[in-house]
Design a protein around this ligand. Sequence first.
Ligand code: G3P
Ligand code: CA
Length: 315
Amino acid sequence: MDHPMLTTRPLRTLAGALAVATLFTSSGTSANSIEQQLEVLQDFQVIAHRGASGHAPEHTLPAWQLAHDMGADYLELDIQMTADGRLVGFKDENIDRTTNGEGPLRDYTLAELQSLDAGSWFNQANPNHARSDFEGTRVVTLDEVIDRFGTQTRYYIETKSAERDPTLEAELMDTLSERGLIEAGAVVIQSFSQESLREVESINPDVPLVQLVWYYPESEDSDTLIEWTGVTPGPGTIIDADFETIREYAVGIGSNLNYQGDAVIDEAFVKQAQANDLRVHVYTINDIPAMEQLIDWGVDGIFTDFPDRLVRLTR
Ligand code: G3P
Ligand code: CA
């Protein structure tokens, strides 16, 4: 099955899909907004990883505000669900690293979570970027992020706790739909979980999806790479059919570049994915030489904690 984002089939390429787009998609969303976003994804994307999280505490309004002001194309955020079913931007399963609380996020109600300090840890860990107004900044809901940045901003949302929260995709898609983000063509959904992406697709096929992959050696002293969830073989043995399978539901693949300092993908991987009509976005790249190398390989976007650096290189 081709990606069902547009009703006209077959969708041979993203560019082809744009050329043959019909006025309305299968879920009734105006094709203009979707067409516009597919067009955007043809160009290089600066994806602000957890906001400008090199400059401000990740997954907080200050971090996303900085990323927005720096000119990032997408604000990246991981979505999880609280004990009382609210969607919040948060990376880890436990809250210990980035708040002054402890234990699993899903044990906390939104009110409990928002009574915590999600900023002071950053000042202690990053004295060069510390700011007094980061102290006491809160965990925020998806709604609060949308309230701040609206439908003219693009969001690159990861379903982080899909296995733990079976209703996460439905709640997420409800929110995005109600807030007009899908209609505005303002959101990409990404996940390491193929099942989660398929679930999103089944709820609303009018959202571009990106399959995340994480490659690492199968054992400590092995040169053979494997993928975390087994969604593809390692880059050394990957074949067109593996990319074609992802292209059935996704428009792109999001890969790590390195594992413990060693590259796990190369230019050939990027070109092969692109030849199979997948955009390639690489995470999480903060140093300028690595950014330059990836740009030279022709990747379609980079996740970075320092969107200012990548904006300077690419515009
Ligand atoms: O979503 C891309 C990248 O952010 C995946 O890694 O763990 O930082 O969410 P993580
Ligand atoms: Ca992420």
